[in-house]
Design a binder for this molecule. Structure first.
Ligand SMILES: *[C@@H]1O[C@H](CO)[C@@H](O)[C@H](O)[C@H]1NC(C)=O
Ligand SMILES: *[C@@H]1O[C@H](CO)[C@@H](O)[C@H](O)[C@H]1NC(C)=O
Ligand SMILES: *[C@@H]1O[C@H](CO)[C@@H](O)[C@H](O)[C@H]1NC(C)=O
Length: 215
C-alpha cells in the first residue's frame, strides 16, 4: 500500500505488454482490455482484443491524440463533465485475484477537445484511493502507468473511479484487467477483507537480461 511509482519508458511498457499477452484467457471477466477513448475496438499484433469504453463507463468523451508507437496511447477518455467522479464498472468473478493496470498519456490532441494541464485527480478502486495523478508541466505529459493487484470478495464487479481534483479534468488511455492464479499474491486475499496492493517494483531474479519478459 505504499508509494505510487511509475515508469516512463516505452521499453518497460513493451515488456509489460508481453507479460500481459502471456496471461491469456477467454472470458471477459478474466481478461479485459479497454482502449479508452477509442471509437472502435480492434485486435492488436499480439492478438489482444481491445474493446471500447461502451458498457463500462457512462461519462467522458473520446479524444484523439497524435499517434505514438503504442496504439492504445493514440486515444484517451477525458472526463469533462462537472461531476465529482467518473466510474468504470469492471466485471469480476467472486473470490478472485486480479491484476489491474491503467495507462495515462496526455499527448497532443488532434480533436477539438484536449487534455488540460495542470491536472490533478485521484483514481480509486472500490472507493479506496489507488493513486493520485498530478501533472503540472508539459514534461508530465509522458506515459505513466499504474498497476495494482486486488482481490474481489462478494461482488461481481469492481468500480475503478476517476475523482476530479482541483485542477483540470481526469483522463485515461487504457485499462487492463487480468485474473491471476489464485496462489499469486496470496497475501491479498487473507482475512476476508477487501484490500489491494500497489505496484512498487519488479526485479529480475535470474532470467537472462535479454529475456523479453524482463524490463
Ligand atoms: C467466497 O468466499 C466466501 C468466504 O470464504 C464464501 O463464503 C463464499 O461462498 C465464496 N464465494 C464463492 C462464489 O466462491
Ligand atoms: C486524493 O487522495 C488524497 C490521498 O488519499 C487525498 O488527500 C485527497 O483529498 C484526494 N483528493 C480528492 C479530490 O479526492
Ligand atoms: C540471451 O543471452 C544469453 C546469455 O548472454 C545468450 O546465450 C542468448 O543467446 C541470448 N538470447 C537471445 C535471444 O539473444
Amino acid at each position: 500500500m505504499e508509494g505510487s511509482p511509475h515508469r516512463r519508458w516505452s521499453a518497460v511498457l513493451r515488456a509489460l505488454c508481453t507479460f500481459f499477452a502471456l496471461a491469456v484467457s477467454s472470458s471477459a471477466q478474466e481478461f479485459l482490455s479497454i482502449d479508452c477513448g477509442a471509437d472502435v475496438g480492434r485486435t492488436d499484433g499480439a492478438g489482444i482484443k481491445w474493446l471500447t469504453d461502451d458498457g463500462y463507463v457512462k461519462t467522458g468523451m473520446n479524444v484523439q491524440l497524435r499517434t505514438t508507437e503504442i496504439s492504445t496511447l493514440s486515444t484517451a477518455r477525458v472526463f469533462t463533465e462537472k461531476r465529482s467522479k467518473h466510474c468504470y464498472v469492471l466485471p469480476v468473478q467472486k473470490n478472485s485475484t486480479y491484476l489491474l493496470r491503467t495507462i495515462q498519456y496526455a499527448g497532443e490532441s488532434t480533436s477539438t477537445a484536449s487534455i488540460a494541464f495542470p491536472v490533478s485527480f485521484n483514481v480509486t478502486v472500490n472507493n479506496e484511493v489507488w493513486y493520485s495523478f498530478s501533472g503540472q508541466t508539459d514534461r508530465d505529459r509522458d506515459t505513466t502507468f499504474y498497476e495494482s493487484v486486488f482481490y474481489s470478495i462478494q461482488k461481481e464487479e469492481v468500480d475503478a473511479c476517476f475523482v476530479a481534483g482541483a485542477l483540470g479534468t481526469p483522463f485515461v488511455n487504457s485499462i487492463e484487467m487480468r485474473k491471476l492464479n489464485p496462489l499469486s499474491y496470496y497475501e491479498v486475499q487473507r482475512g476476508g477483507v477487501y484490500r489491494f496492493l500497489v505496484f512498487v517494483g519488479r526485479y529480475n531474479t535470474g532470467q537472462p537480461s535479454n529475456s523479453s519478459y524482463i524490463s
